[in-house]
Each structure stands twice: as structure tokens, then as C-alpha cells.
Design a protein around this ligand. Structure first.
Ligand SMILES: Nc1ncnc2c1ncn2[C@@H]1O[C@H](COP(=O)(O)OP(=O)(O)O)[C@@H](O)[C@H]1O
Ligand SMILES: [Mg+2]
Length: 366
């Protein structure tokens, strides 16, 4: 199907899914431009697979429409949608070898000869399976089977690729390698990718945009840096990266900034919203807080605490401070520039810039 005639490769239009009394997906709309790498990120049970299964054609929407170009595809069976797909439980052919499994989509499309041989070989190299070409699926580990499925989904160079946690069974190092290959392949093919994961680092590093889901709803969609820097609510701030939350009350406006009180202290936030008396919740990333041994008296946003824990991760430290006014505060700092020799119980000071925090809403829905 030629979908290159409109601006969007794929349009998910007010699609919902109900199973009896369970709403697996509330009405959700997403426009996916040609060539985008869109990641659907969310915790288990948030509706990611339900959404992807409807795009694939394995499930029918309870309402709404799905279009490729200008054409509705909801009545097309999966095989006629011509998407590359990796789904959990979308099994390999047990009687075919690795190479035959990967060759299969080319065979059904009538692609043969040296083109097919070369594409199968490239696909196997991409997923690091060229040495296992003649094995049967039952002779492979779970991670190896997953990689065969990935190669089989991509070998016929589809316009749209749907991947539901395709790297879930791979160990960390191999996963990182396949991530890089997959990203390179995406750029080379120019295909549109819908990629489901619950892994925030994978989402941040691979995606053009990320759609964050919670309880069957799309909560926020945007570029990785937008979502990380400007999460709309507490859920997004804590699901994508770590965050401290400061709860306070606005004391006064001061030009572009608000002065707010949390505990017994006052702090300033540029671009904070609200009028005197309003409640305010701010997300403050742990890496935006500086630790100091001397009190930074020239800074407005500063606080004293006691080091309660620290964790060493090789390249960086996690520090947990106990403070009277903000409770427990998490701070991260690169190990190489760490100003503090960690000593439990030690009194330390923290400071953050007036634009370092970001106001967020309370609930999971914006
Ligand atoms: N076939 C089904 N029958 C009943 N409920 C389902 C079915 N499939 C999914 N659900 C429910 O829909 C919700 C979303 O599931 P799912 O899309 O699989 O989430 P995710 O992929 O994000 O883990 C869950 O509450 C799940 O239990
Ligand atoms: Mg799922």
C-alpha cells in the first residue's frame, strides 16, 4: 500500500478498546509522520500492546479509526496491512531454520535471487545471528529467537514497523548493540517505527518522539528532551527519569518568578505559575542540584541536610539527603567531579538554580 501521498504515515484517531467492563485504552489520537521513530512508553498494563495490536490488526478498536495515508485500515486483516511486526507470542515457524524464517517474508512477496540472499544475510548480521543461520528455533535461546523475529520483521523493508518490546529478552550489552543497529536501520530505511517499551533509557535514546501512557491513557507526547525537561505531571516526571518533588505554597509573584514556601523556607522559581496562596508542585531532577560543603550564601535556593545514604555507580554517585523542609532529597553527581567525600551523617548543603525545577500537575492525567 502506498502511503506516501499524505503528510502522515499513520493516523490513530480517537481509538479506544474495551474488554467487557475493562477499558484497556481510552480514546487516543496520535498522528505519526513518515519516517518517525515513535516510542510508546508506559508501565505494565497501561495499554501499550492493546494500542499496537489494533494498529497491527490483531484486535478491532471499540471505537475510532486507524488510517494509513487517507485510507482506513480497520477492516484489513493483518497480513494485508503489510507492516513489519514483532509481537510477544508472534512465533517463529518451528520447522524452518533461522535463515528460512527470515527469508519467508521475501518469498511471499516474490522477492528472490541474489537480492533475497543479500537481504537475508544483512538482516542476520544486523541482529548478530549470521553464525546460526541453519539452526531451528527450538535450538535457540529466547533472546536469539527474539532477534530472528526482529530480522524477519525488517527484511522486506516495510514502510511501517510495529515492535512490541522486541529487545526485552536480550541481556544489557547485546541489547545496547541491537538498539544502535535498529536505530541505524531506521535512518537508512526511512520507515516509520512504532516501538513499545517499558524501558525509559531505551525510549530516551532511540526515539524521535515518545508517547507516555498510564492506565489506558496517553498522558504526554513529545521529543525525549521535551518530556524530560517539561513533564506535565508527577507520573511523567517520575516514570521518565528520577525526580524530587517540592510541594509548597506561592507567597508572591516577583516578575517572571514566583516565591514559594516549602516547610519553613522560601525558594524562587522562574516561570512558576500561580498567585499568592496557590499550592505549587515542582519536579526537580537530581542532577540539577549541587552539593556543597560550605553553605552557598549567595544563592536563594539553598538548603542544609544530612547525608543518609549514597550509592556508587562507577561514573556517578546517588546521594540521599535528609532535610527538615523538603524531606528526603535525591542528588546525583558525576563521580569524577564529586565535591564530597561521602561520609554518612555529615551535614551538607544543596543549591539549585531558579529555573532548574519545573511545575507539574498532581494526577496522572493532564
Ligand atoms: N484480551 C484481554 N481481555 C481482557 N483484558 C485485557 C485483554 N488484553 C489486555 N487487557 C487489559 O487491558 C489493559 C492493558 O493491557 P496491555 O495493553 O497488554 O498493557 P501493556 O502492554 O501496557 O502492558 C490491562 O489492564 C489488561 O489486563
Ligand atoms: Mg504489553
Amino acid at each position: 500500500m502506498n502511503s506516501k501521498d499524505t503528510a502522515h504515515a499513520l493516523r490513530i484517531d480517537a481509538v479506544s478498546k474495551r474488554y467487557g467492563n475493562v477499558v484497556a485504552l481510552h480514546a487516543t489520537s496520535i498522528d505519526v509522520p513518515h519516517g518517525e521513530f515513535l516510542t510508546i512508553l508506559g508501565p505494565s498494563g497501561s495499554g501499550k500492546s492493546t494500542l499496537l495490536m489494533m494498529v497491527a490488526g490483531f484486535e478491532q478498536p471499540s471505537s475510532g479509526d486507524i488510517r494509513v495515508g487517507s485510507r482506513s485500515i480497520v477492516d484489513l486483516p493483518p497480513e494485508r496491512r503489510n507492516f513489519g511486526m514483532v509481537f510477544q507470542g508472534y512465533a517463529l515457524f518451528p520447522h524452518m531454520t533461522v535463515a528460512e524464517n527470515i527469508h519467508f517474508p521475501l518469498r511471499v512477496r516474490g522477492i528472490g535471487g541474489s537480492t533475497a540472499v543479500e537481504r537475508v544475510r544483512n538482516a542476520m548480521e544486523m541482529v548478530r545471528l549470521d553464525h546460526l543461520a541453519d539452526r531451528l528455533p527450538k535450538q535457540l535461546s529466547g533472546g536469539q529467537q527474539q532477534r530472528v523475529a526482529l530480522a524477519r520483521a525488517l527484511v522486506f523493508e516495510p514502510d511501517i514497523v510495529l515492535l512490541d518490546e522486541p529487545l526485552g529478552a536480550l541481556d544489557r550489552k547485546l541489547r545496547a548493540e541491537v538498539q544502535i543497529e535498529l536505530k541505524a536501520l531506521h535512518e537508512r530505511l526511512g520507515a516509520t517505527f512504532l516501538f513499545v517499551t517499558h524501558d525509559q533509557e531505551e525510549a530516551l535514546s532511540m526515539s524521535g518522539r515518545i508517547a507516555i501512557m498510564c492506565d489506558g491513557r496517553l498522558v504526554q507526547i513529545g521529543r525525549p528532551d521535551e518530556l524530560y525537561e517539561r513533564p506535565v505531571n508527577r507520573f511523567c516526571a517520575s516514570f521518565l527519569g528520577d525526580s524530587n518533588f517540592i510541594e509548597g505554597a506561592v507567597v508572591e509573584r516577583d516578575g517572571e518568578a514566583v516565591v514559594y514556601q516549602a516547610g519553613q523556607r522560601r525558594f524562587r522559581q522562574i516561570a512558576g505559575a500561580g498567585q499568592s496562596g496557590d499550592r505549587i508542585v515542582l519536579a526537580l531532577r537530581p542532577e540539577k542540584i549541587s552539593l556543597c560543603e560550605r553553605e552557598p550564601v549567595d544563592k536563594v535556593n539553598r538548603l542544609t541536610g544530612v547525608l543518609a545514604h549514597f550509592n556508587y555507580f562507577g561514573s556517578y554517585f546517588h546521594y540521599t539527603l535528609r532535610t527538615d523542609d523538603l524531606g528526603t532529597v535525591l542528588v546525583t553527581a558525576p563521580a569524577w567531579q564529586s565535591p564530597v567525600a561521602p561520609e554518612l551523617g555529615k551535614q551538607l548543603h544543596i543549591t539549585w538554580d531558579e529555573d532548574a525545577a519545573h511545575p507539574v500537575l498532581e494526577g496522572p492525567s493532564p
